[in-house]
Ligand binder design. Structure first.
Ligand code: UDP
Length: 329
């Protein structure tokens, strides 16, 4: 538990997994509630009880937003409104998780918190996520004007252990799973688009600072690494790290996300405000973060017999098997 605090987690487990917090479940300072931010009756006592609310509940991931925009819009706007209404009612300090996606397809490098946003037409469902998160920010800022100590963090492609091996919401998860299974790595588009991947412990530290530094109230912060990498290079790194012989395939965006799709070509944060106000800087270099993430993916992806079997059939088991599994493959 962070610095001895008591923590209550509210999660509907629509994507998250209980096993991700299993190591806390027997602590008397930890409580898990399986429910939704849309359920105000459940939310109310939890917010009333809290000293700080970290509001991260959302439908995240381009693929999931594109597949069911209505659900994403509902959860992401209504959920935040519920949390902030209650936080305001009880005067509880709150951090609202927003996203670098709010910058849309802006070509500005690096992206500063007060830069203009550039979004495509409303017929492109992807941008509904950016707009929903922007509405969340507007609500938070409106409450800040009325005195609520609320801070907005814009995450830049967080990754690390406990990503969903099915690839939910992250190219890193998809590439590791594909590489470990010996399946082709699917790069969408030409792979020249860039992202600034941020290791999860850095994202968490930035979030906690945003919720604890008094000067952070009423402000927006980019929380991310400013190390930029193309998706082509990321795929290459992951192949090298895993030792996988998977091939790389380029898949048209229309195949991955349907016909109405637009992409963010570059995404690099300006982190000076976070550095100055929060004392935050991403510490874990990409290579180190990917190594740690791989260790976790090896344990979880390869630990499933189904995958181990696939490796054996492909004749690649010996190549990828961690020592603990080598007897089985
Ligand atoms: N991407 C890819 N192959 C995949 C999944 C994603 O090439 O299997 C690309 C995606 O088009 C984007 C980048 O990787 O350019 C990051 O995608 P992700 O979904 O992780 O996050 P985003 O930044 O798009 O929200």
């Amino acid at each position: 538990m962070v610095e001895g605090h008591e923590v209550v987690v509210l999660d509907d487990l629509s994507v998250g997994k209980l096993e991700n917090v299993a190591h806390h479940l027997f602590s008397d300072r930890f409580r898990f509630v399986r429910d939704s931010v849309l359920n105000e009756a459940v939310l109310e006592p939890l917010v009333r009880w809290a000293d700080v609310v970290f509001h991260l509940a959302a439908v995240v991931g381009v693929k999931y937003v594109v597949e069911d925009p209505l659900r994403a819009i509902r959860v992401n706007i209504r959920g935040t409104e519920n949390v902030l209404d209650l936080a305001f009612r009880y005067g509880v300090r709150t951090v609202v998780a927003s996203s670098s996606e709010v910058y849309g397809k802006s070509t500005h490098v690096p992206l500063r918190e007060d830069n203009d946003r550039l979004l495509g037409p409303t017929t492109v469902p992807r941008w509904s996520y950016a707009d929903a998160k922007a509405i969340d920010e507007y609500i938070a800022l409106a409450y800040a004007r009325q005195g609520l100590p609320v801070t907005i963090v814009r995450y830049f492609n967080a990754y690390g252990p406990r990503l969903d091996p099915r690839g939910y919401g992250s190219v890193v998860a998809r590439f590791f799973t594909q590489a470990l299974r010996g399946e082709p790595l699917t790069i969408y588009g030409d792979g020249q688009q860039t992202r600034s991947f941020t290791y999860v412990s850095d994202t968490v530290r930035g979030t906690i600072l945003a919720g604890t530094k008094p000067e952070a109230a009423g402000q927006i912060f980019n929380i991310g690494s400013d190390r930029e990498i193309t998706i082509n290079d990321l795929a290459q790194r992951i192949l090298e790290l895993t030792g996988s012989r998977s091939e790389i395939v380029h898949v048209p965006y229309s195949e991955a996300y349907g016909p109405d799709f637009e992409e963010t070509r570059r995404r690099v944060p300006d982190v000076s405000r976070a550095r100055e106000v929060l004392g935050f800087e991403a510490r874990i270099p990409l290579e180190e973060g990917l190594r740690r993430t791989l260790e976790w993916f090896r344990r979880t992806v390869l630990a499933s017999l189904e995958v181990a079997d696939e490796c054996r059939n492909d004749g690649v088991g010996a190549f990828f098997a961690p020592p603990a599994l080598s007897g089985r493959v």
